[in-house]
Design a protein around this ligand. Structure first.
Ligand code: IMP
Ligand code: MG
Length: 172
């Protein structure tokens, strides 16, 4: 039997998202800023972050396959859904739920860099630095987390638990 333990309660997440939004607003006083959400995990984070920001944003989404149905990465990343619009000459921030091995981000950043954005940064709600295989520098980080499997606030286990308001540890 698997069980859930709250790691980061919803109120703390919301507080931190507001702080990150203010920081991004300060760094980009004039928009538009393209927020590129990595689906599906970043769906809650990008929605809350965008609404907490004052600088004008444009929302784009990509889908990258990396994880299978289990708890470990397949070690490969593949772009399944691309951006809808060119980002050349624009400020771009990639919005991730969690950086784990860094394989997904390394792959995506390489693709986006080739599109010649004016600037390219990374915002991630969570970071599991102990599992890193490829360097990935997060410019806007919500929380550093231990090496445990997490669900909630967009993160899933085999597509379940994404709608939990808290980030929880899934045991078992
Ligand atoms: P990476 O390529 O190993 O850095 O993994 C990136 C993706 O794996 C994240 O965007 C998540 O969607 C997923 N992932 C990594 N760790 C977890 C976790 O603890 N719970 C749920 N999904 C995770
Ligand atoms: Mg993800």
């Amino acid at each position: 039997m698997s069980s859930l333990r709250v790691l980061i309660p919803a109120e703390k997440i919301q507080e931190r998202v507001v702080e990150l939004a203010a920081q991004i607003d300060r760094d980009y006083p004039t928009g538009p800023v393209y927020l590129v959400g990595v689906l599906k995990g970043a769906c809650m984070f990008i929605a809350d972050l965008a609404r907490a920001m004052k600088t004008s944003v444009r929302l784009e989404f990509v889908v990258i396959a990396s994880y299978g149905k289990g708890k470990t990465s397949s070690g490969e990343a593949r772009l399944i859904k691309d951006l809808d619009h060119p980002i050349e000459g624009f400020d771009v921030i990639v919005i991730e739920d969690i950086v784990d091995t860094g394989i997904t981000l390394t792959y995506l950043m390489q693709i986006l860099r080739q599109r010649n954005p004016k600037s390219l940064r990374i915002a991630s709600l969570l970071d599991k630095p102990s599992r890193r295989q490829r360097p990935a520098d997060v410019d806007y980080l919500g929380f550093e987390v231990p090496d445990q499997f997490l669900v909630g606030y967009g993160l899933d286990y085999a597509e379940d638990y994404r709608n939990l308001r808290d980030v929880c540890i899934l045991d078992g």
